[in-house]
Design a protein around this ligand. Structure first.
Ligand code: HEC
Length: 128
């Protein structure tokens, strides 16, 4: 009888350990740093609901300036992309094309603060 109890206890312990392993496999983001989480979220918004990607390519000017050019100028000037996207500051990259970019404020002004910050982190990560 005692033996059976011991065996059961041992089984219960192994079951717990396996559960933890499964959790780690299911939720790998638990191990990501805050910066990695922001980068991933920024990319998700940039390529997804923000639709930024349709006008901004990583290293090439298309309709809008390249992400690398935007990152370089914002880093050099210590300016805030979050402020720009919420119309708290004006254009500093290509003011002549500002009216094209302005149409996106309908989207960006309704983004939660966390997603705006994530977009900024993501864009700035392109600065060399
Ligand atoms: C319809 C095309 C288009 C889309 C979509 C677009 N942009 Fe732009 N963007 C532009 C153009 C054109 C400029 C250059 C004008 C300017 O500098 O304001 C620009 C400029 C910018 C700048 C530089 C602003 C400055 O100081 O001059 C940032 C930052 C930016 N876009 C971020 C974004 C983000 C983030 C998104 C997605 C939410 C986005 N853009 C979507 C066309 C677009």
């Amino acid at each position: 009888m005692k033996k059976n109890v011991l065996v059961l206890a041992a089984l219960a312990l192994t079951a717990c350990k396996n559960e933890e392993k499964e959790k780690a496999a299911l939720y790998p983001e638990v191990k990501k740093s805050p910066k990695e989480v922001a980068l991933a979220l920024g990319k998700e918004v940039f390529d997804g609901k923000g639709m930024c990607y349709s006008c901004h390519k990583p290293n090439q000017k298309v309709i809008g300036p390249s992400v690398a050019d935007i990152a370089k100028i914002y880093k050099e000037k210590g300016a805030s992309i979050t402020d720009f996207l919420t119309e708290k500051s004006g254009p500093i990259v290509d003011p002549t094309q500002y009216s094209v970019m302005k149409t996106n404020f309908a989207i960006t002004k309704n983004l939660p603060e966390e997603e705006l910050k994530a977009l900024e982190t993501y864009i700035l990560s392109f600065a060399k």
